[in-house]
Each structure stands twice: as C-alpha cells, then as structure tokens.
Design a protein around this ligand. Sequence first.
Ligand code: NI
Ligand code: MN
Length: 232
Amino acid sequence: MKATITWLGHNAWSINTGGHKLLLDPFLNDSPTSPVKAGDVEADFILVSHGHADHVGDTVAIARRTGATVLANFEVGQWLASQGVAHEKIIGMNPGGGVRLPFGHAKFTIAHHSSSMPDGSYGGVPGGFLLALEGSQLYFACDTGLFLEMKQIGAVGLDLAVVPIGDLFTMGPEDSIEAVKLLNPKHVAPCHYNTWPPIAQDPIAWANQVRTLTPAHPVIPHPGESLNLGQG
Ligand code: NI
Ligand code: MN
C-alpha cells in the first residue's frame, strides 16, 4: 500500500497517493471530532458522497481556496457550482460511473441512503467510492445500509474497505460484519461512529467481531491518525 490514508473523524478522510492529495467528505469545521480545520488542509481532489451537511461539510470553502477538482453526484455538483465552485472543477457522476484521473480510477458506487443539500434542495442519489490507486484498491462505503452487491464491489480484491458502524443513519455494527463478509477486504476500518451520542459505538468490540467472524484485519485509527496497513 503506497497511499497514506488518514481519518479526519466521521466520514472524512485524506488520502495521499503518488503526490496527489485527495479529501473525502471533508466535514471539518463543524465536526466534533475533526483534528483539523478547513483552512489548514490542502487538496487536489475532493470526493463528496452525498448532499448531507456532515459530508459536503467544508467542500465549498476548500475547493474555492485550493482549486481542487470535486467529484460528486451530478446534482451535488450543480449545487456546488451554485455556491461558487468553478464549473470546470466539478466532475458530476452517477452510480456505476467511473472516471480516470491523475491519481487513478474513481467509481461512484451505489448506496442505500438519502441525499438532500444543506439548504434542503435536491441532492441526487447518494453513493460510495471505489478507488483504484497505484498498487491498491480502496472502497469507501460512505453512508449506506447493507446491500448484497457489496460482493461484486469486493470482487476486484480490496486492500481496504471503510464501512460505517454507527447505526441509526447507516449500517450498525452487526450489518457491517455482514458487509465485511461480502466485501472480503484485506483490511477494514470503521467510520461514521462516535461523532455524536446517537451513533456511539465500541470500536474495540467491533474489531473483535471482525477478527472472529471474518478473514479481514480490522484497523481502528483515532481521528488524525493514518492507517497502518502493514505490508499487506
Ligand atoms: Ni447522510
Ligand atoms: Mn452521514
């Protein structure tokens, strides 16, 4: 694994790969658990999974400041343009669609969730991201319930899957174990938990379940920590 993958709390991640800086769902300034503020991050690409405020987060400010290219569903992309993100810096996607970019290939995958913008306008359909980087395959499920097609997503041979475990708004711990069985990744990391009391979970208990019930290796960063994926 050549990429450096750092959890910024909730579903926010930074990925440095081959000199390219990616941010996923940069919900930073209003996040109770983010270790960084929006003004302190750099980005060449920003990936946005859906329109909810805890995912769009600080995308507009970061994109405007850095000139990053934003990948999002078509409607989220239109909304970002209405907020002042440059049209030519927006790549509008829809589920099943992929795009080749300097850092690798990004596919927008299905998710079972909703998607409305922070101002209540239509936010298209939610998704996750399957990333083929130099030497690694990463899948970020983002906000979703369990779905059987995860087996197909995992068929590429995932080095890392990131799954929500918070319950209530997304899969909870039990369904996330079923997701790991379908995805069959080498490593799995949890997200979308312990941001607020309604999605409080015990990641240590979850990791024990992963070890007991699946072949995957659980990795549990604290916000601000990079994943240690060993030599795998
Ligand atoms: Ni959401
Ligand atoms: Mn969310």
